[in-house]
Design a protein around this ligand. Sequence first.
Ligand SMILES: [Zn+2]
Length: 219
Amino acid sequence: MKIHNKIVCLFAVFLTLMACNKSQDKKTAASDTGQISENERLQYQKWREKNAVQLDEYYQYISSKIKDAPEPYYLVYTGHSMPKKCEEFRYAIPPKADWLHLVKSLKVIEQLREQGVFKQYRIISTYRSPEMNTCVRGAKKSKHMANFAVDFKIIDQDADLEKKHKKTTQQLCEFWRKKGPKLNMGLGIYPRHIYHIDTAAFRTWGGNYKSDSSPCMQK
Ligand SMILES: [Zn+2]
């Protein structure tokens, strides 16, 4: 690998580590892609043994309201990198009062897929429990804590992913401008085809977690 490429790579890793680290989203970096590691799979199995009944109920609820509901795994998952001691909080079911919040945000994603903005995505993070938030010293107002937010990576297969990414981002911004105010839509745009969508407030941000870095604010 050439030095230049190395620098670009390091910078990309840095940016991704910073992703989702904006004020209301602190400390759990979207360094991962949501691809499940062996370690995570074992953690999940162990967690599921104790939470199967509630998880089934939660999944039933979500899939009764969403056409193409994500697998149960992704409804309770925080895939961001975190200190080892926090991993025991990686999986968590939100309080019932907050279940509908995720439905609203998943419906936005559903609309975007129906409109052909993207086809396939992989969830990196949804609900974050208070225990997890304390452990990673996250901001108390993170929309992930109220089960409003979905971090996801677009995984459409495309020969020219970068070009596609630009177009996808433009389409997302267009959607956000047009429908965002009514949907209360928050749109975070991160490197490596990673996005944050919530339905808690109309706003947007990009790489530096401020609105001015969002491609939606650039002319
Ligand atoms: Zn997020």
